[in-house]
Design a protein around this ligand. Structure first.
Ligand code: GLA
Length: 376
């Protein structure tokens, strides 16, 4: 059953009444622009067919009552004006973060289809879906993408303790099927960039599961802030390769900054490649992005490197692959001609075994108007 139908059925079962409505927010895969959102950079994520559905209806009291269908029907119940963070951080932290301070009297049932720990933004998807459901349940209009993205980022910072950028929340709130979303993370201006007809995006699970709250992430962000401070700029968006070449930085800080500055430039090349239908040019920047994340930003892990190598060998020059998301496991993204997908998948089956012993799992996204598919 898809999450929409599960959320609806789960609401009926948990609360003994029909929901008023059900909303959905997708997950996202980032094509390129990794670890640059919190440096005011450019990013190019794409929404996925998988996501989070939330069925909503009124409660006859001042509380928010929630059932999480994917967590053994776990429940939460709180009054939004008096709610404290849930420790340790889990799905409740996000729901409480989105609901706090607003009127209660709402029931929610949540169901998702994003593989957990995959780096495909299950938390941003949860926050945006819950934010939409809460607004509609109170009879308000659905919040604008930018407003709900900022609220979702606040929930992540203040309720889950991850100092994430704004990419995931904007991608989830403003992404359109079959399009990548160019986001300028300094201004929050966005542009829809259609995926060319005949191209396919393959998202493959590495089988290394990321934790929900990631200490490495905040450490990388601190390195970038140290680099900006040493260079006397507000953020690394204000630095180019020439300025970096003459700077005297601690070697680790210099590596982090070199990744960020080169990755922002690669996003511009990737947008031109998508708009020009140039698969080879896109492939080249995907491979360069992975090498930079592995060697300079140091957020990859050996199984992910192996998976990327297998994909790049199978794809050849007409496309490419790289790690996607925060790193330390999760998913890998690859772009190729749609006609090549089955051949590449066969090469994967033959040459990559997920280290957790799970079966190889992947999903495909295509240009809008063509169906996306899941495969496990
Ligand atoms: C996580 C964060 C994002 C972004 C990516 C890395 O997904 O939530 O804000 O920083 O990592 O690009």
């Amino acid at each position: 059953m898809d999450p929409f139908a599960r959320a609806h059925a789960g609401f009926c079962a948990a609360f003994g009444t029909e929901p008023v409505g059900t909303v959905f927010a997708p997950g996202r895969v980032n094509l390129i622009g990794e670890h640059v959102d919190y440096n005011d950079g450019l990013v190019l994520p794409m929404p996925l067919a998988v996501g989070t559905a939330v069925a909503y209806g009124p409660a006859d009291n001042a509380a928010v009552e929630v059932v999480a269908l994917d967590f053994d029907q776990a429940r939460d119940r709180f009054v939004p004006h008096a709610v404290a963070p849930h420790g340790p951080a889990d799905w409740r932290s996000y729901v409480r973060g989105m609901a706090c301070g607003a009127p209660g009297g709402v029931r929610l049932a949540i169901a998702g289809s994003i593989p957990r720990g995959s780096g495909l933004s299950s938390s941003a998807s949860l926050c945006v879906a819950v934010g939409r459901a809460l607004a509609l349940a109170r009879g308000e209009a659905e919040p604008a993408p930018r407003a709900i993205a900022l609220a979702a980022q606040r929930a992540e910072h203040e309720w889950a303790g991850v100092r994430c950028g704004i990419m995931d929340q904007m991608a989830v709130a403003a992404g359109q099927d079959g399009h990548a979303l160019l986001i300028d993370c300094r201004t929050l201006d966005t542009r829809q960039v259609p995926l060319p007809q005949g191209w396919a995006v393959l998202v493959v699970q590495s089988g290394v599961v990321r934790g929900l709250v990631d200490g490495h992430y905040n450490a990388r962000r601190a390195d970038c802030e140290a680099a900006a401070q040493a260079l006397g700029v507000v953020s690394l968006r204000d630095v180019d390769a020439a300025r970096l070449a003459t700077a005297r930085l601690d070697p680790q800080i210099a590596r982090r900054a070199a990744h960020v500055v080169s990755e922002i430039a690669r996003v511009e090349t990737a947008v031109a490649a998508l708009e020009g239908g140039d698969l080879a040019a896109l492939g080249a920047v995907l491979r360069a992005s992975h090498a930079s994340l592995r060697d300079l930003f140091e957020v990859s892990v050996p199984p992910v490197d192996r998976l990327v190598d297998v994909l790049n060998a199978a794809i050849g020059k007409q496309g490419g692959a790289r790690m996607t998301g925060g790193g330390f496991g999760g998913a890998v993204v690859a772009v190729m001609a749609a006609t090549e997908v089955e051949r590449v998948r066969s090469a994967l089956e033959a040459n990559y075994q997920p280290p957790d012993g799970s079966a190889l799992s992947s999903m495909i996204e295509r240009a809008s108007g063509t169906a996306a598919g899941m495969h496990a």
